[in-house]
Design a protein. Structure first.
Length: 415
């Protein structure tokens, strides 16, 4: 516990300096981090190779190995994400509003960092670079706790990033990695509320549930994505097929991948055989409701648990719904508030879906795979919030800040 406290104290001290650095210093440091990531690419890839080989030896799912694996293209994407952060406006110091009271007091709201952010995440080493870049730009110190599957990758990435950051004006101690992957250490980390101002879990439902239930630090919930594509009776079948295949099969192990397909009864007989063939061609295992199995007998039966499940794999469950009202009711019952999409050429249906579906991101005629800070133009993201307090959806720089009131007077006293 002592080493965790030391990390917490160092991060707290670093945050007080970091929160008042100029945009120029922070941006130069992040540029140096991006360059260092590419300059030391072989170091990072060698470390990642160890993690990938270990995951394969343990028989981990293909989707998990994909999330874990780095290559030259993905490292270039990580560096580009850091450069995009540099190009974004610095939120710190922004005056959100200001007004004058009748007594002459000038009252304003100024944007400030949260302070120290803790992040617990699983086998996604790209999160390491994203989190550090966003925290530095928003003036926050960060303490990272990655999963055991990616420990070698995370250590290598942090080694590269911290050397570049500290050589370019970022206070030492502002970037921390907890290398002990023991679960007991994770539990202790979640109770460092004297040092950490907000805790962000990134991973599956089990991880997020554990953090929410056991943390004494305020938690920003992220990530569980039981996402749906709904094919309305007025949909273009070609468009719907392309969107579904992309949302399910382009990268199934991420939280914005589609897990469920809802199809209107009026078009199910025509559309389902087409889309099942395409999904099976992509290697997707199909489960379905009773009506789906009538139309396409080769699919497996889906049970009640399936409708709640985030597969993160080449699996999709299909349900035939009566109409848009039935579809919306199903989504609001079983969805996780992440990303939901309708495919339709009916303007009224699209607007009803946008209004009535309760989720952080709601799409008309587009893949759920776009729910991503990089795709939304935020640069890298710290996570996708599925809660409603403070932040919702992809969290960029502003979501890592809070505000404080600043009051200017000239001698006023309260009567």
């Amino acid at each position: 516990m002592e080493s965790l406290i030391v990390k917490g104290e160092q991060a707290k001290r670093g945050s007080r300096v970091l929160g008042n650095l100029s945009s120029n210093v922070k941006d130069n440091a992040i540029k140096a981090m991006a360059n260092a990531l590419l300059g030391d690419m072989n170091h990072v890839l060698e470390a990642n190779k160890k993690d990938v080989e270990m995951a394969k030896q343990k028989g981990r799912a293909e989707a998990l190995v994909d999330r874990l694996q780095l290559n030259e293209e993905r490292l270039n994407d990580m560096a580009e994400g850091l450069r995009q952060i540099v190009s974004l406006p610095d939120p710190i110091g922004e005056v959100v509003s200001m007004w004058k009271r009748p007594n002459g007091l000038m009252i304003g709201q100024r944007r400030v960092p949260l302070g120290v952010i803790g992040i617990i995440y699983e086998a996604r080493p790209n999160v390491t670079a994203d989190a550090v870049g966003l925290c530095i730009k928003s003036g926050n110190a960060v303490i990272l706790k990655g999963g055991s599957e990616a420990i070698n990758s995370n250590k290598a990435i942090i080694d590269v990033l911290t050397r570049a950051a500290y050589d370019n004006g970022i206070p030492r101690g502002s970037i921390q990695l907890i290398e002990d992957t023991d679960r007991e250490t994770t539990k202790k980390f979640m109770r460092l509320n004297d040092y950490i101002d907000a805790l962000i879990p990134r991973g599956g439902a089990g991880l997020i549930k554990t953090v929410v239930e056991e943390s004494t630090i305020p938690v920003i919930q992220t990530g569980v994505g039981n996402c749906h594509i709904y094919v309305h009776s007025a949909a273009s079948f070609d468009m719907a097929s392309d969107i579904i295949v992309n949302a399910k099969a382009q990268r199934p192990g991420v939280c914005n991948a589609a897990e469920k397909l809802l199809v209107d009864r009026d078009v199910a007989n025509i559309f389902l055989p087409q889309i099942v063939d395409r999904l099976k061609h992509e290697g997707v295992r199909i489960k379905g409701c009773a009506k789906t199995m009538e139309i396409v007998p080769q699919v497996e039966p889906a049970n009640e648990e399936d409708w709640y499940t985030e597969y993160l794999d080449y699996i999709m469950s299909i349900k035939v719904v009566d109409d848009i009202y039935d579809a919306v009711e199903h989504i609001n019952k079983y969805g996780t508030g992440h990303s939901e999409a309708i495919v339709t050429n009916d303007y009224s249906a699209a607007n009803y879906f946008l209004d009535m579906v309760d989720a952080a991101a709601v799409y008309v005629n587009a893949s759920t795979r776009f729910t991503d800070g990089f795709q939304f133009g935020f640069g890298a993201e710290i996570g996708i919030s599925t809660q409603k307090l403070h932040a919702r959806g992809p969290m960029g720089l502003k979501e890592l800040t809070t505000t404080k009131y600043v009051i200017y007077g000239n001698g006023q006293i309260r009567q």
